[in-house]
Design a protein around this ligand. Structure first.
Ligand code: 5RP
Length: 261
């Protein structure tokens, strides 16, 4: 039950639970990757058990596996073509709902899926909110061929940009570089502060060897922020500014009965 969860997990669950209510019968939904997105998938499994028809496009193999496990209809992006909604976690979000994503290594599929959606909703615990992006290392997906040269090019590029740190590490999985679902590697850029995210995103994506970066700029429309006491606030970015509504989670019925994280 939710009392057994840590405050952060309770916050993630609250955000996911609130966001699941945005999914209507018949929708095609992009399913994010990570621990918060996993809660969402479980909540959607409940909705399907309750009679909703939801077609989900997962952003990673592990999300696809969980989605099938909880009874969602899993389709590819090519089958769905365009999505009503994508719901995903984030590593950081700012006041304009610009994001750093890719902590789970799925940023490429996540960006493609979010961009192919009428609406992107981010679900996050309150600790992910920042004034300026960059405390979380920025993930950049690079092709394995010549990745050390690509890393040097990225380093050179950073010299002309408004960032505080310039350390770059290759993400590891044990002794070997981490491999994404597309067979690529991930460089983590320890920038500490990103002063001009649009400029940085453009500069990175122009380098040969870089496939995509983890800055999601002007893509997210709504953030659902979960809190450790079980509250969730939905913030919408629209011409009128940020709208908030508050929500208390009720006991989550069957969610904890059969599933381990
Ligand atoms: C995966 C992501 C995740 O959404 C991000 O890392 C947040 O993860 P979590 O919900 O586990 O905190 O971008 O590539």
């Amino acid at each position: 039950m939710t009392e057994d969860l840590s405050p952060v997990d309770r916050a993630k669950f609250a955000a996911a639970r609130r966001a699941a209510d945005l999914v209507e019968d018949g929708m095609r939904v992009g399913l994010g990757t990570g621990s918060t997105a996993a809660w969402l998938v479980r909540c959607l499994g409940e909705a399907v058990a309750g009679g909703k028809r939801i077609r989900g496009v997962p952003t990673s193999r592990r999300t696809a596996e969980l989605a099938r496990e909880v009874g969602l209809e899993v389709v590819t992006l090519d089958e769905a073509r365009w999505l009503d909604l994508t719901i995903d976690g984030a590593d950081e979000f700012d006041a304009d709902f610009n994001l750093i994503k890719g902590g789970g290594g799925a940023l490429l599929h996540e960006k493609i899926v979010a961009t192919a959606s009428d609406r992107m909703v981010v679900i996050a615990d309150a600790g992910k909110e920042v004034g300026t992006l960059g405390a979380f290392a920025l993930p950049v997906e690079v092709i394995p061929f010549g990745w050390q040269t690509t890393r040097a090019l990225v380093e050179e590029t950073l010299a002309g940009l408004d960032v505080l740190g310039r350390d770059i590490t290759i993400r590891m999985n044990g002794e070997a570089p981490f491999v994404t679902d597309e067979g690529n590697h991930v460089l983590d850029l320890h920038l500490r502060r990103i002063g001009a995210p649009h400029r940085l995103a453009m500069a990175l994506n122009q380098l040969p060897g870089v496939v995509e970066n983890g800055l999601f700029l002007d893509i997210c429309d709504t953030v659902v922020v979960g809190h450790g006491d079980g509250r969730a606030e939905l913030r919408d970015l629209d011409p009128g500014g940020v709208q908030e509504d508050r929500f208390e989670i009720a006991e989550p019925a069957n969610l904890f009965r059969d599933l381990d994280d």
